[in-house]
Design a protein around this ligand. Structure first.
Ligand SMILES: Nc1ncnc2c1ncn2[C@@H]1O[C@H](COP(=O)(O)OP(=O)(O)OP(=O)(O)O)[C@@H](O)[C@H]1O
Ligand SMILES: [Mg+2]
Length: 325
């Protein structure tokens, strides 16, 4: 008999959105005579070169990385029962083999959506409708969603109370937690810091990490973060990334210098790319290489999901160094 393969289940919790990208040269702020980035003329009817409809929301983006990487990926949230965005999100997650059995649909909830005015250069302006968010007690009423879960990945939950309750539930069940906080989770760094001892893998960009600990360089930030969490990863866009698992420190540069078409979802692809490998038992270095490859692929295509890598995609080398702590 062959060895039993135990595929980890990852539970992703948080808001979903639809992103509508309107892409046109007119949104380029550096080109003379382009007016749409400064004002939309009243009463005008304007043609747009390209329109792309994709779904987003950090938790749904990361759920797709886990599913495409062959893990059991589960999504927990409350969506609307009537709005077209909620339907689009559910359809997309179903088609990606993300387990949506625990998603409730309620008539009073409306998923958020964003209209993104995108220049050909990748620069953008976002018009965001926040939607009507569900109540904490409704999100967490599906306790069975936590059954058999190895990792919980909460993000963009909308408030600290929900995050604290999710962390509590995960700990109670013995699940590990990865945290890559989104905007609403960063408004009160003190409150966030109080939760860090319960986090197994913390992933932040440089500016965000500087809200929590002292440090000028990525390595200093990672070392200081390591006093709270066993794995800490700090990214700095095209300038590279530093990570530690308490035994070694890995510093990496850019995976590939690609033209950035749309950087929506870069952070999600990076963080989920890391966990998709780490949860399978890959090394810190291997997990960082895949995270970098996944995010590089995502920034080369419009939308947060289309560029997410599938299992068995061939990777190439990148500038990366590993040293003992
Ligand atoms: N301009 C770029 N060129 C190539 N890769 C990039 C670029 N920007 C981001 N990436 C990739 O995406 C990863 C995460 O980006 P970044 O450090 O900007 O995270 P973030 O600020 O959390 O992103 P987000 O705004 O999506 O949350 C980087 O480590 C890198 O691999
Ligand atoms: Mg981010």
């Amino acid at each position: 008999m062959g060895a039993q393969i135990n595929i980890p289940t990852i539970l992703c919790i948080g808001k979903a959105t639809q992103d509508v990208f309107l892409r046109d040269d007119e949104f380029d702020p550096h080109k003379e005579g382009k007016v749409l980035y400064t004002h939309l003329p009243l009463g005008a009817k304007l043609d747009i070169e390209e329109a792309h409809f994709t779904t987003g929301g950090n938790a749904t983006n990361v759920a797709v990385t886990f599913a495409r990487q062959g893990l059991h990926s589960r999504y927990l949230w409350v969506l609307g029962s009537d709005d077209p965005v909620s339907k689009a999100v559910l359809d997309e997650l179903d088609s990606e083999s993300v387990d949506t059995r625990f998603v409730q649909q309620r008539p009073e909830v409306k998923a958020s959506f964003s209209t993104i005015l995108l220049a050909m250069t990748g620069e953008r302006t976002i018009l965001n409708f926040h939607g009507v968010v569900p109540k904490t007690k409704d999100v967490l009423s599906q306790e069975d969603a936590f059954d058999g879960v190895s990792w919980v990945y909460p993000t963009a939950l909308g408030d600290y109370e929900t995050l604290e309750k999710v962390i509590h539930e995960a700990k109670k069940r013995g699940s590990k937690i990865m945290l890559n906080p989104a905007g609403s989770e960063l408004v009160d760094p003190k409150r966030l810091k109080a939760m860090l001892h319960d986090i197994d893998v913390l992933c932040l960009n440089k500016e965000e990490m500087q809200l929590l600990v002292e440090g000028d360089t990525l390595e200093e930030l990672v070392r200081h973060g390591s006093t709270y969490c066993s794995v800490v990863i700090v990214s700095d866009g095209p300038n590279g990334v530093c990570a530690s698992d308490g035994k070694t420190i890995v510093s990496a540069g850019m995976y590939e210098d690609v033209p950035v078409i749309d950087r929506t979802g870069a952070g999600d692809a990076f963080a989920s790319g890391f966990l998709s490998q780490w949860a399978k038992g890959k090394s810190l270095k291997e997990s960082i290489i895949f995270a970098s490859a996944n995010s590089t692929s995502v920034v080369g295509i419009i939308g947060a999901k289309p560029g997410i890598l599938h299992e068995h995609t061939a990777l190439h080398d990148m500038p990366i160094e590993e040293k003992e702590i």
